[in-house]
Design a protein around this ligand. Structure first.
Ligand code: ADP
Ligand code: MG
Length: 266
């Protein structure tokens, strides 16, 4: 009798292994085995046992999906919000914590991070991007110059509208280093189209070492700059980071005088 029961269990486990593989969820077999004794001891119902197994499978899938989305995003380095030293930017702590929940993405709001070099703009933009990927959103990261290059290529190939439509499927696009290099008129127009195509549809995070007043010089044309800033900030959190470069902390150097200009976001 005992042997028959053991045989039945081992047959069921074999079937479970086959079925879990067919569902492309091989971990289910492992979760089922791992939770079986606990389920017995705790007197779980069949439903509770099934929920516990599926819950672990969903969590594992989400974590795997987040890793894929993070890899696909093209971050220059993996910098999480957990690694950020808030003592260096105390005023940013609460607003960034609110943004990390990801609700700005469902509302297609933007985030603008301004501040001098080394104050953590790229780090925070990446951290918010990683958090967004964790919430199931697709993210793409590139510098402003790289975005312009990509859009120029699409434009030359006659597929700019298709490219902008494709990019709208990403809940978050991060444009790092707006203002490090000025744009040619054509580039400024392409960048404006990117901003316009996402306006009230999907989010942008922009970082810049220039205040908005300095963006006019970057985009050449005052009208293009004004129209773009208008769309970016209409639904946006604008955070201005302050202080000395984190890269140069404890080195006895406060700022880099050579890259200070009138309109920098110090
Ligand atoms: P920015 O983009 O403003 O020039 P980064 O985000 O690239 O600055 O920061 C420069 C370096 O210093 C990065 O390695 C970043 O991780 C680190 N860093 C900057 N601020 C902080 C901070 N508050 N806590 C931890 N690391 C920081
Ligand atoms: Mg940076």
């Amino acid at each position: 009798m005992a042997t028959t029961k053991t045989d039945a269990i081992s047959e069921a486990l074999k079937q479970l292994t086959y079925l879990a593989a067919a569902l492309k969820a091989p971990r289910i077999t492992e979760f089922a085995a791992r939770l079986a004794d606990h389920a017995c001891d705790a007197g779980w119902s069949h439903e509770e046992y099934l929920v516990a197994i599926l819950d672990r499978e969903v969590a594992a899938r989400n974590a795997y999906g987040a890793q894929l989305r993070i890899r696909a995003a093209g971050f220059p380095a993996r910098k999480s919000l957990e690694e950020f030293d808030w003592d260096a930017q105390p005023a940013a702590c609460q607003p960034i914590a609110a943004l990390a929940s990801g609700s700005f993405l469902t509302e297609a709001r933007n985030v603008v991070l301004l501040g001098p070099p080394g104050t953590g703009k790229t780090h925070l933009a990446t951290g918010l991007g990683i958090a967004a990927a964790g919430h199931g959103h697709r993210v793409l990261f590139a510098t402003a110059t790289d975005w312009v290059t990509r859009l120029t290529e699409a434009h030359r190939a006659g597929r700019l509208p298709a490219e902008l439509a494709r990019l709208r499927r990403y809940a978050l696009i991060i444009v790092d280093e707006v203002g490090y290099l000025p744009f040619e008129q054509d580039a400024a127009n392409l960048f404006f189209q990117l901003v316009s195509s996402r306006y009230e549809h999907a989010s942008l995070i922009l970082t810049s070492n220039l205040l908005f007043s300095g963006w006019r010089g970057v985009f050449g044309d005052q009208a293009v700059a004004a129209a773009m800033i208008d769309r970016v900030v209409h639904h946006a959190e604008v955070l201005t980071l302050k202080g000395a470069s984190y890269r140069l902390r404890n080195r006895g150097i406060d700022t880099l005088p050579s890259i200070r200009t009138q309109d920098t976001a110090d």
